[in-house]
Design a protein around this ligand. Structure first.
Ligand code: SF4
Ligand code: SF4
Ligand code: SF4
Length: 255
């Protein structure tokens, strides 16, 4: 198997449902300490001036590269950042020493947003966890979200049967159920879901079916069929990472 994703930019409306679904599924923290924790993030660009304005939104995530520089750079044995047999780039928190060499090596973790609300910031393919168990503090916060009107995060977590730290209970020995501080974290293509026949959370949540996920080696899979139909591009092709997240139907390109 070779898992990969195709993102159809004509279908994507930039709604952000993928990013929210990812946060919900993986309990990633909101933005602080000078970095975001968006495993499913965006590149956003606005060009021109009114009335001739062009706005571009490109969903970005770990490219699960065939030639993964992050894995190459990881100094521990066995590697904390590693490739699974299905091509997914996984991370083992227990083995990670938090040196951040993977972040330095990943060309997509140093990508700067040229414009938009996060101008000048890198998007976070790999994030460094400064906070550990309390990854998303909202679920232990007793304050009503809207005073006198809604439940608090803690109440919602309790009603849903979640016990703090309200983490997703990953079931593989390859990755840990509860993330800890002082190590990195990143998108794992929702490995805990795909190994149970489910789609990654971002793919399932997309209302426009802009994200197609599956086995690139299977000619009948949704991404393989789309790649046959449309010309595709990848981010920073010149780096030689051989990404497995592809983009089709870029703005201004017919086909
Ligand atoms: Fe685009 Fe789909 Fe994400 Fe919305 S959920 S931003 S349409 S990829
Ligand atoms: Fe590694 Fe970065 Fe490629 Fe993801 S995008 S596999 S973190 S080099
Ligand atoms: Fe490996 Fe962890 Fe260092 Fe990254 S931060 S290179 S995963 S030990």
């Amino acid at each position: 198997k070779k898992y990969g994703m195709v993102i159809d930019l004509h279908q994507c409306v930039g709604c952000g449902a993928c990013a929210l679904a990812c946060k919900n599924e993986n309990n990633t923290r909101t933005r602080d300490e000078g970095q975001s924790y968006n495993w499913a993030d965006f590149l956003m660009k606005t060009e021109g001036s009114f009335p001739n304005v062009k706005s571009t939104t490109i969903p970005v995530l770990c490219n699960h590269c065939t030639n993964a520089f992050c894995v190459e750079a990881c100094p521990v044995t066995p590697k904390a950042m590693f490739k699974a047999d299905d091509n997914t780039t996984l991370h083992n928190q227990g083995r990670c020493i938090g040196c951040r060499l993977c972040q330095e090596a990943c060309p997509y973790s140093q990508f700067e947003l040229a414009e938009g609300s996060f101008k000048g910031e890198s998007y976070s393919v790999i994030s460094f966890n400064f906070h550990g168990r309390e990854t998303q503090p909202m679920w232990s916060d007793g304050k009503e979200l809207i005073p006198g009107c809604t439940a608090s995060g803690a109440e919602s977590a309790q009603k849903a049967g979640a016990t703090p730290p309200a983490m997703n209970q990953y079931e593989s020995g390859d990755y840990q159920p509860v993330r800890r501080s002082g190590v990195v974290e990143k998108c794992i293509f929702c490995h805990h879901r795909i190994t149970h026949g489910l789609l990654p959370a971002c793919v399932e949540a997309c209302p426009a079916q802009a994200r197609l996920f599956g086995d690139l080696n299977d000619p009948a899979s949704a991404p393989a069929l789309t790649l046959k139909k449309h010309q595709a591009s990848v981010l920073l092709e010149e780096e030689g990472t051989e990404p497995n997240v592809f983009y089709v139907r870029e703005y201004g390109v017919k086909g």
